[in-house]
Design a protein. Sequence first.
Length: 240
Amino acid sequence: MSKRRVLAISHDLDQLRRIVGNLERAGAEVDAARSASSVVAEVIPHRYIFYAIDEGDLDAVHKLLPRLRQKAHVAVIAPAAKLEHLNEVLQDQRINHVIVGEELDRGTFITAQKLLTGDIFGIEKYLPPGTPVHYLRLRDFEGRGKAIDTILDFAQSSKMRRQVRNAIGSVCEELLMNALYDAPVDDGGRQVFAEVDPHDRVKTRSPKPVSIRYAATESQFAIAVRDRFGRLAKNTVLSY
């Protein structure tokens, strides 16, 4: 089967047409089905699957899992999703994308492009063309604090609500702490700060600099943190 072959599943015909259209626009060769059960093969042969479900229909996801290839990549599409539902859906290693609500068209297109091209990094993909992206570089706990303050000031000037700003601050804090103190490993693959008391870590510089990029539009706030070690497991994100 072609590596660009993608399966789209939705019981809603109009939605299915939208999904197929965006997948084709991203360069995919698309097979479409109105339900997972209508796919004859016991193990679905497609590597990439875009699966639309009703809000909260976790049973549909659980029924799909036994039929997936071990190296499948599934993007779940839902009209809305509670946080606990997102956490449950993302527990499986083959589900790494959830596209929610009004993001259906853009989210499907961007996700398909990422999967098909392997170009997975960069917040620019999720922003309107020409949106300014800001950049900060840091290496220690003090720099982390200054970076978060700068980003929150920017969020306030961008008219983000207090509740959203609080969430932005929490996300920045967790991602930067991971990049500074959890991600670094030595030549043997051992975590550099694993045996260091958390209170003592804040007095230590990370072996390599960390960067954070951020941007705002009228409807979204984007954040991306990069470290030189590339260590942020999905289960770590879900645990928080």
